[in-house]
Design a binder for this molecule. Structure first.
Ligand SMILES: [Zn+2]
Length: 136
């Protein structure tokens, strides 16, 4: 993972953002928990990238779409998946914790303290969190 410490990215109140293993952070230091949290996100992003690119490689010739759709691959995780799941969480109760309730975040928060999690994690483990609502 490449870590870039800065005061600009991410914008707003967020402290850290991860683009396929390149981590932008406003924090001076990263805790092992935070590093593990972000490593889990990197794995999720790689999985989604493979799924999305494969779908495009099938759909583009099958549906006669423009190959320019491949330009969307680098932003696919954050825009297509993450924002879609976040929007869904805004529509589902509890309404005040949409960010924390995203399936991708729940997998990270539930397992960030377990430094061995990524070694035994199954592919697309975040999918089970889509169907498991948070318990409060
Ligand atoms: Zn996160």
């Amino acid at each position: 993972m490449i870590v870039i410490h800065n005061n600009l990215i991410p914008l707003g109140k967020a402290r850290t953002i991860n683009f396929f293993g390149v981590l932008f952070t406003k924090n001076k230091n990263l805790t092992p928990k935070t590093e593990n949290h972000e490593a889990i996100h990197t794995r999720q992003q790689i999985e989604w990238l493979i799924l999305y690119a494969t779908a495009l490689l099938v759909l583009i010739p099958a549906c006669g779409l423009s190959w320019r759709w491949l330009c969307t691959v680098p932003i696919c995780y954050h825009v297509v998946l993450y924002c879609t799941l976040w929007a869904l969480e805004w529509l589902l109760p509890p309404y005040d914790t949409a960010y924390r309730d995203i399936a991708l975040e729940r997998e990270c928060y539930d397992n960030q303290a377990d430094q061995m999690y990524l070694k035994r994690r199954k592919w697309f483990a975040w999918v089970k969190y889509l169907f498991k609502r948070p318990v409060r």
